[in-house]
Design a protein around this ligand. Structure first.
Ligand SMILES: [Zn+2]
Length: 247
């Protein structure tokens, strides 16, 4: 489980960066599309006006009097103003685009000088932004794969531990049952005192010496099955404790 620590948080942070970069790219795309539409509309207006002027000038050649001629002149003038206004707007767009390109150029210079903290959002060059998106996507993918791998590994480890526990439990159960059977057998038989105390390093039932290496275990509250008489040998303290409990 500890291997997993930090990885989900890392993925969340990368996902956030990815979303941020993606939003920036989308916003730029939207602006570019809107500019293109506006430019197309302005160019259409200019062509339209020019067409009208051509037609008005043709009519002027056929004007029957000054009044008619002047009226057409006024209409031509109006169309020319329309063209001029559209051209100003086209220039504004070109200027804005140039400014954006200049900012990106500055951004590229700052990147070359490792001055990342001075780069504003607009300064990030388009290609760098796209590269960033690609890199982040790749990183998120790898981290997610890594996390999936760890989750599977952890599941395998848990299964292994569970199996070990089951095995241990069955060993303990079998051992306890064996001991219980022994006790029952001793009680039902001719032998008295199935459980006896350790007396001067020996089984107090038959006086056979208990191996030295079992003494510590008995002192600690464990038991020893006497090899000679089969009685269960325990520390005398347990008898005292049992007596207290019986009272
Ligand atoms: Zn014995």
């Amino acid at each position: 489980m500890s291997l997993q620590k930090g990885l989900p948080e890392e993925i969340a942070a990368l996902d956030e960066d990815l979303a941020f970069t993606s939003r920036q790219i989308e916003a730029r795309k939207k602006i570019a599309e809107e500019r293109l539409k506006l430019r197309e509309r302005l160019n259409a207006t200019i062509n339209d006006c020019k067409e009208k002027i051509r037609s008005f000038k043709e009519k002027q050649t056929l004007a029957r009097n000054n009044k008619e001629y002047d009226a057409l002149s006024k209409q031509i003038e109006y169309e020319e103003k329309e063209i001029a206004q559209s051209e100003i707007q086209l220039q504004d767009i070109a200027h804005t685009e140039h400014h954006a390109q200049e900012l990106q150029k500055k951004g590229r210079d700052l990147i070359a000088e490792n001055r990342y903290d001075e780069i504003s959002e607009e300064m990030m060059p388009d290609d760098v932004l796209h590269q960033q998106l690609e890199d982040l996507s790749k990183q998120v993918g790898l981290k997610k794969e890594e996390l999936d791998g760890i989750v599977i590994e952890t599941a395998e480890e848990i299964a292994r531990l569970r199996k070990t526990l089951d095995t241990q439990r069955s060993v303990v159960t079998a051992e306890a049952k064996r001991l219980l059977d022994k006790y029952d057998h001793l009680k039902s038989g001719t032998l008295q005192n199935a459980v006896v105390k350790l007396d001067r390093h020996a089984c107090s039932g038959c006086n056979t010496r208990v191996p030295t290496n079992r003494h510590t275990l008995i002192v600690q509250g464990g038991f020893y099955v006497c090899e000679s008489c089969g009685r269960i040998v325990v520390h005398e303290r347990l008898f005292e404790e049992a007596a207290v409990e019986t009272k």
